[in-house]
Write a protein that binds this ligand. Structure first.
Ligand code: BES
Ligand code: ZN
Length: 537
């Protein structure tokens, strides 16, 4: 009995704290909540209670990193049995989907499998690049050149024609961005194009439209960090139909200065229009007109098992869904495991575009979990209020950011904002104006001295040294990162499952401000009508 009382009190004071964002980090007396809530020790009584398990402090308490890790081991086994990956369009993805689906069904969920079209792309073997004239030469795969992801296959021997290059430090190359760049381009030649200004797809499709048989895009060379080889992509929608290789700046410059150059290039890849799937499930309980969504992409890249990216988000979400299956949320909680994120956010984009206006309006929040166990982690919260990076999320996103912050503060754990850069599945929710937020523990970016002080770990090293590589396996997970970020996920999801007031209030305030702006505008128009025509005309 006393337990219930304390839940109400604790939750009540947290509502206050999150809505005013004055929640202080707990001091030594921070163990106020007592052993019942304290993380670390299992508490089966709490986790079996349908009321308590679904509360903002109960759910994180019941979501244990060791259980999330068990699920990650399952995903690792799936990858190991399926050519080492779980990439969309391949058996490892199908097996991952089946695993999540079965687990959810066993917990009592009705699971919706949503098919959608996408273009599967897999490199089959290394590419070839040789000079045939004026001097024979061979170039080294993954040193001099690589594939642009989503290139079409092809085998081409042809003269090379440079397209509107702008060489040198500080250049502002627009090579290949305009159709006119290809005026007089000889059909059947290989286009030598420089990176810069517009995206790769535009350059390659312009070349294809001008009759090019193949394209080499070399790095821009405007700065030192844009000279080497990089893994870049044409995007899922590339329709050039010709092979496209990426090369280093120095090679590009040398080729552009070689008279009579003929190259032989081969792209040994598979590219195929096919379909893959999202998986969606929701709590039986809760108001269907007030939906809180939480999502994670389930696919990996082709290069590895994708245990941190994004087995971590997927497994934590699955564990949370199982725990919530017996809970009593006020709002419906909808879980999504996205397909083909790594092919360009394809699954989440399809889902969002397939919503009716009514369905869209019912989604009060979208929470994204992509990479939450990075081995050299930082605790990053999407910068919903724009306070760290300028770009704000739709109204309501600041409240979501505050909710996550409140939990990190409560646990006395450090955190910081991370830029809304559209590199994960929240992008389309943002476009539709749905409030969003989420967590991330870092990828290829380098940890600073300051961040190493804050979180521990190694300065000067990437947050995830195995990002998009074969070594993104179960050894590539920090259990503490998984624990604290899984708990923060559970806290925010549970919170919003009980009430979206913090979001509703922020939306109402934004609408009021916009209305105020309209009123001002109307006033000035009226004023202009009254006085004004003399002044404006
Ligand atoms: N997990 C990453 C997202 C990510 C990586 C966010 C690094 C921030 C920093 C995601 O799976 C991914 O790799 N996204 C692609 C973009 C997407 C549109 C294909 C990326 O960032 O290259
Ligand atoms: Zn990812």
């Amino acid at each position: 009995m006393t337990h219930k009382y304390s839940v109400r009190r604790v939750v009540g004071s947290l509502v206050l704290a999150a809505s005013t964002s004055t929640l202080a980090a707990p001091g030594p007396e921070g163990a106020d909540f007592g052993d019942f809530w304290s993380p670390g020790k299992p508490n089966p009584a709490l986790c079996k209670s349908p009321i308590l398990v679904g509360t903002p402090l109960g759910l994180p308490r019941c979501l244990e990193a060791s259980n999330v890790m068990r699920r990650l081991n399952q995903l690792q086994d799936i990858a190991t049995l399926n050519d080492g990956n779980r990439a969309a369009g391949l058996p490892g993805y199908q097996a991952s989907l089946d695993y999540v689906k079965k687990t959810l069904e066993r917990a009592g969920y009705q699971v919706r499998v949503q098919p959608f079209p996408f273009t599967a792309y897999f490199p089959k073997g290394p590419g070839t690049l040789q000079a045939l004239a004026p001097q024979p030469a061979s170039y080294v795969w993954e040193e001099d050149f690589n594939y642009l992801s989503q290139t079409d296959p092809g085998d081409v021997s042809a003269p090379v024609v440079a397209v509107d290059l702008a060489l040198g430090a500080g250049n502002a190359s627009t090579s290949g961005c305009e159709v006119e760049d290809f005026a007089g381009f000889p059909s059947g030649a290989i286009a030598l194009v420089q990176r810069g200004s517009c995206n790769f797809e535009v350059k390659a499709e312009n070349a294809a439209a001008a009759g090019a048989a193949g394209v080499i895009i070399f790095n821009q060379g405007n700065t030192e960090d844009r000279k080497g080889l990089e893994n870049v992509t044409l995007g899922d929608t590339y329709e050039g139909g010709i092979p496209v290789l990426f090369a280093t700046y120095d090679n590009g410059v040398a080729w552009s200065q070689t008279a009579g150059l003929q190259l032989h290039l081969v792209a040994d890849v598979i590219r195929e229009k096919t379909q893959t799937f999202n998986l969606v499930a929701e709590t039986r309980r809760g108001n269907p007109k007030n939906v809180v969504m939480a999502g994670a992409h389930l696919d990996s890249v082709f290069e590895g098992p994708g245990i941190n990216d994004n087995g971590s988000g997927s497994a934590a979400l699955l564990e949370m869904a199982v725990l919530l299956s017996k809970a009593h949320p006020q709002n419906k909680v909808r879980f999504a495991w996205w397909g083909a994120e790594e092919s360009g956010l394809v699954g989440s984009t399809f889902y969002v575009n397939s919503l009716s206006e009514t369905e869209r309006q019912r989604i009060k929040a979208y929470l994204n979990f992509d990479m939450i166990g990075s081995p050299n982690f930082g605790n990053f919260i999407y910068d919903g209020d724009g306070s760290s990076f300028g770009l704000q999320g739709p109204p309501g996103s600041a409240a979501i950011e505050r909710l996550f912050e409140a939990y990190f503060k409560l646990r006395g754990e450090p955190f910081e904002g991370t830029q809304i850069d559209f590199r994960s599945d929240y992008a389309q929710f943002f476009e539709l104006g749905i409030p969003f937020g989420g967590l991330f523990t870092g990828a290829e970016d380098i940890k600073s001295e300051e961040q190493a002080q804050k979180y521990g770990g190694a300065a000067g090293q990437p947050f995830d040294p195995c990002y998009h590589q074969g070594c993104d396996n179960t050894a590539n997970i920090d259990l503490n990162a998984l624990e604290i970020n899984g708990d923060a996920m559970a806290f925010a999801t549970s919170w919003l499952s009980l009430s979206t007031k913090v979001i509703d209030d922020e939306i109402a305030a934004a609408a009021k401000a916009a209305e105020g702006a309209t009123t001002l505008r109307q006033q000035s128009v009226r004023q202009a009508e009254r006085w004004g025509n003399h002044y404006i005309k």
